[in-house]
Write a protein that binds this ligand. Sequence first.
Ligand code: FE
Length: 184
Amino acid sequence: MNVIDTIFTLFHEKGSGAYFGEAVTETEHALQCAYLAKQSNATSDVIAAALLHDIGHLLHGLPEDIAERGIDGRHEVGGAAWLAQYFSPAVVDPVRLHVAAKRYLCAIEPGYHETLSEASKRSLQLQGGPMNAIEVRNFEEEPHFRAAVAVRRWDDAAKVAGLCVPGVESYRACLEEVLTRERV
Ligand code: FE
């Protein structure tokens, strides 16, 4: 099975669980996030990142599951490590940084914290709370930090119960375009 089929199978077979404390499933959340990226005329890399930003939640049990190997349940780290086998940093980095981007926005944008859902406010505390000044500076040195912030904003908005958006298959061409390495 190629990696795109593996990803689609993950969404079909493992994405029907509720997205942490929200009114949508994991797959609905991913599809809404990718749809918002597309509506914003994001590049294919960034649309792919939006679709795949929470793939770390779905990876458990895969044969090449890096997410479960000694990484403390941080889904963005496990997800990014798995994706890095197949995709470039332009796709992988926004995934790796999307939690940091929440901590970043809480630090630099007045009022952002108030826009977060209750579940997202709760997880912020576990994730380290708002960034300090040094963390903000380091974050802004990441080459793909702006894409990570964009994915974060779509992530925050992609929680609308019952919203009808295109399905996973509609992203096949986009993923094929940004795929850098096939599965061996
Ligand atoms: Fe998310």
